[in-house]
Design a protein around this ligand. Structure first.
Ligand SMILES: Nc1ncnc2c1ncn2[C@@H]1O[C@H](COP(=O)(O)OP(=O)(O)OP(=O)(O)O)[C@@H](O)[C@H]1O
Ligand SMILES: [Mg+2]
Length: 481
């Protein structure tokens, strides 16, 4: 027997629903105000709450999330006299079971109600054992990445085709591997096909295999990548790069899991699980006619969109610590510590190459600081420091000239590197070019170079040494390369 709560200011309606639920063999109570209803929901042990939207003391939709979070986690069915599609969307996105528009016939109420009962019964009968998700090499605990872990688990539990999208370096391949590892075909292979790297002339035979004698050099028959994925996972990376002919062929392979090897007469079968990845917007490509819509629909039974790193900056520290430990292990050195401003720069930077750019930056910081125990911003690659230095100059000059000076939060976020670092990062490129040009113009004649530049010999030699410019071995072409 289930417990139902009805929250509606229409007493007649409440009476009718209580009667109906009791006739179905369950218990029901009601409240005619939102506050009273909320109180009952919190104290009671309800399986289902019927919730009206326009109540004298508030809007039911605003109470939806609270009701969903009470201990018994009841399913909420919204009932409203003033239904709108926006309201319905908000309700469903906030976890409502259904959204019903009044007037309500008994049938209209009973149908969703019996489905809820069925659903809650099934949960009681088969409590799902909490399965620990394996996330090899994946770190991050921001709410947005945790949502992706849920989707990952969902994808791994089903056999549906999965499309992983996201900017470059967001971890698409890593997530694909994790789906495979958590799925029931984990014992079998995951075959990776990089659609961007398939050599044009060998595409078909690489994918579909070939029979002996199918073309010059085919001295024996060979399985293609699709057959190799039989029983396991086929990962089509960069699927946006697939040409139109192959898109068509693939559609058929996905529909039937059957294909014909090059030079073969019979079709062969491969029962693979498909994961595809792309950093392109396939919807737009489909609109523009460069990607088949029917193929796109097939691919995206489950869609996993990975967020860019700049949208989940909370994860930067965790990812950094993880990779620095890994890299130091690989180098066989003690793991490094971090200066506070090191993290500050990492937090501020926009990481358009996402986690890959971050890991590359860490790799280069560690080799720059090889014998030093602490990582400082000066160890980071020059391009990152230059960008940050430039940004900090713009910020603080605007800040000084305006009331933004009072915006302490913004100023706290502003990165001010040590002056020498800043000056070097701004000057080094142009300065090196100046001296290269100077030496090229004077064909290595130091006296002439001193005359033109107005510098003394000692100074000039010092700079040439700093930039490793050989005075006799330089041409103008060289300097502009
Ligand atoms: N959540 C994460 N935690 C730790 N490392 C990560 C995470 N996401 C990505 N990485 C690391 O970032 C790098 C890039 O990941 P991956 O190759 O999976 O990205 P991608 O989205 O496939 O990139 P591309 O579009 O360029 O192919 C790898 O070194 C991977 O280990
Ligand atoms: Mg990739």
């Amino acid at each position: 027997m289930a417990n139902v709560l009805i929250i509606d200011d229409d007493q007649g309606m409440c009476g009718m629903m209580v009667e109906l639920v009791k006739n179905m063999g369950h218990k029901a109570v009601y409240s005619t105000t939102l506050n009273q209803g909320l109180e009952k929901a919190i104290r009671g042990d309800f399986d289902v709450v019927f919730l009206d939207v326009l109540m004298p003391d508030g809007n039911g939709l605003e109470a939806l999330a609270t009701i969903r979070e009470v201990k018994s986690a009841p399913e909420v069915i919204i009932i409203t006299g003033a239904g709108t599609s926006d309201g319905a969307e908000i309700a469903i996105k906030n976890g409502a079971w259904d959204y019903l528009q009044k007037p309500l016939s008994p049938k209209k109420i009973m149908l969703p109600l019996s489905r809820v009962f069925q659903y809650r019964d099934s949960l009681k009968k088969k409590p799902r054992p909490p399965v620990a998700l394996k996330l090899p090499g994946i770190v991050g605990s921001s709410s947005s990445i945790r949502e992706r872990y849920d989707l990952l688990a969902q994808a791994a539990n089903s056999n549906a085709n999965v499309l992983i999208s996201g900017e470059t370096g967001t971890g698409k391949e890593l997530f694909a591997k994790a789906i495979h590892l958590n799925s029931n075909c984990a014992q079998k292979k995951m075959v990776v096909v990089d659609c961007a790297a398939l050599p044009e002339s060998l595409i078909e035979s690489s994918l579909f295999g070939h029979e002996k004698g199918a073309f010059t050099g085919a001295d024996r028959s060979r399985d293609g990548l699709i057959k190799m994925a039989d029983g396991g996972t086929l990962f089509l990376d960069e699927i946006g790069e697939l040409g139109s002919l192959l898109q068509k062929t693939f559609l058929r392979v996905l529909q039937e899991r059957k294909f014909r090897p090059v030079g073969g007469e019979d079709e062969i079968y491969s029962n693979f699980r498909l994961i595809a990845a792309t950093n392109k917007n396939l919807e737009t490509m489909a609109e523009q006619g460069t990607f088949r819509k029917d193929l796109l629909y097939r691919l995206q039974s489950v869609v996993l969109e990975l967020p860019p790193l700049r949208d989940r900056r909370e994860d930067i520290k965790e990812i950094t610590v993880h990779h620095v430990t890994k890299i130091c292990d690989r180098y066989g050195t003690e793991t490094k510590g971090f200066s506070t401003d090191f993290f500050q720069v990492l937090q501020e930077y926009d990481w358009h190459g996402n986690v890959r750019e971050l890991t590359n930056a860490l790799e280069s910081a560690i080799s720059a600081a090889f014998y030093e125990p602490i990582l400082f911003p000066k160890h980071l690659p020059m391009n990152i420091r230059v960008k940050m230095a430039r940004a900090s100059v713009n910020d603080s000059s605007v800040g000084m000239m305006s009331e933004n000076l009072l915006d302490t939060n913004r100023l706290k976020r502003t990165v001010v590197p040590p002056y020498r670092d800043f000056r070097d990062s701004i000057l080094e490129g142009p300065e090196r070019k100046y001296f290269k040009d100077l030496m090229a113009l004077t064909r290595g004649n130091v006296s002439e170079a001193c005359r033109i530049s107005g510098l003394g010999r000692t100074w000039l030699y010092k700079v040439l040494k700093k930039y490793n410019i050989e005075k006799n071995n330089i041409s103008l072409d060289d300097s502009h390369a």
